[in-house]
Ligand binder design. Structure first.
Ligand SMILES: C[S@@+](CC[C@H](N)C(=O)[O-])C[C@H]1O[C@@H](n2cnc3c(N)ncnc32)[C@H](O)[C@@H]1O
Length: 201
C-alpha cells in the first residue's frame, strides 16, 4: 500500500495501465502549470455543450475539467464517476468552491458496468482515463447502453500520460460498440476524439 505520493507514483509506473493514477499525487493533475499549458476551458469548449445536457465525466480525478463542464451546464446536470472516492472528494471540493452544489458523485469500476439506467446521458467525457481501465471493451459496452442514441462520447488524451491511447485505438474500441466516429482534432501532444452513439436507427 503506497504511503506517500512518491510511493504511489512509482507504483503506478510499475503497473502502467493496470493501476489508476494515485489520488495521493492528485496535485500533478490539478495545478496552475497544467492549467496554463492545457487550458481546460478550451478543451471543454470543444465538447460543444449547449447547456441543457446531462453529462457523465468518467475518471474526473480531482476535477481538472469538472468545474469547466459544470459552468457550461446552465440547465443540465453533471455526474462524476471515479474508481477512487478520494478523487471524487477532491473534485467535490473544487466544485463546491466554484459554487456548484448539484453534481452527482458515484464511486465505481468503469469496467464493471455503470450503475445508471439505459439512455441516461447526452454526453460521456473521458480525459486520460480509458488507458487505465482494465476491461476497456466492457467499459465501452456499458457506455453505449447509458449514452442516449445520438448522444456523444468524447475522449481527450494527451502527453505525457503513459497510458495515452491514440485515435485509431479509440476507434477500435468504440466503433464495435455502436459508436460512430465524428471527428478528431489535435496534434502530436494531444488528441480530442468525438463519437456519436449510433443506436438511433
Ligand atoms: C490520469 S487520471 C485523469 C483525471 C482527469 N480526467 C484529468 O485529466 O485530470 C485518471 C482518473 O481515472 C480514474 N480511473 C482509473 N481507472 C478507472 C476505472 N477503471 N474506473 C473508474 N475510474 C477510473 C482514476 O481514479 C483517476 O481519477
Amino acid at each position: 500500500m503506497p504511503t506517500t505520493w512518491v510511493d504511489a507514483l512509482l507504483n503506478k509506473r510499475r503497473h502502467q495501465g493496470a493501476a489508476p493514477f494515485p489520488h495521493q499525487a492528485a496535485f500533478f493533475l490539478n495545478n496552475p502549470v497544467r492549467r496554463a499549458l492545457s487550458k481546460p476551458a478550451r478543451i471543454v469548449d470543444d465538447i460543444r455543450l449547449t447547456g441543457s445536457e446531462r453529462v457523465l465525466e468518467v475518471g474526473p480525478g480531482p476535477g481538472f475539467y469538472s468545474v469547466e463542464i459544470a459552468r457550461r451546464l446552465t440547465y443540465g446536470q453533471l455526474d462524476l464517476f471515479d474508481l477512487q472516492p478520494e478523487m471524487l472528494a477532491k473534485a467535490a471540493r473544487q466544485l463546491e468552491r466554484a459554487g456548484f452544489h448539484d453534481v452527482g458523485f458515484t464511486a465505481g469500476q468503469a469496467a464493471e458496468g455503470f450503475p445508471f439506467p439505459d439512455n441516461t446521458f447526452d454526453v460521456a467525457f473521458l480525459a486520460a482515463v480509458i488507458g487505465e481501465v482494465p476491461d476497456k471493451h466492457a467499459c465501452l459496452r456499458s457506455l453505449s447502453r447509458i449514452v442516449k442514441p445520438g448522444g456523444h462520447l468524447v475522449f481527450a488524451e494527451a502527453f505525457p500520460d503513459p497510458d495515452r491511447m491514440n485515435v485509431q485505438q479509440l476507434r477500435d474500441l468504440a466503433e464495435p460498440e455502436g459508436f460512430e466516429f465524428v471527428d478528431a482534432t489535435g496534434n502530436r501532444w494531444r488528441d480530442f476524439v468525438r463519437f456519436r452513439n449510433g443506436e438511433a436507427s
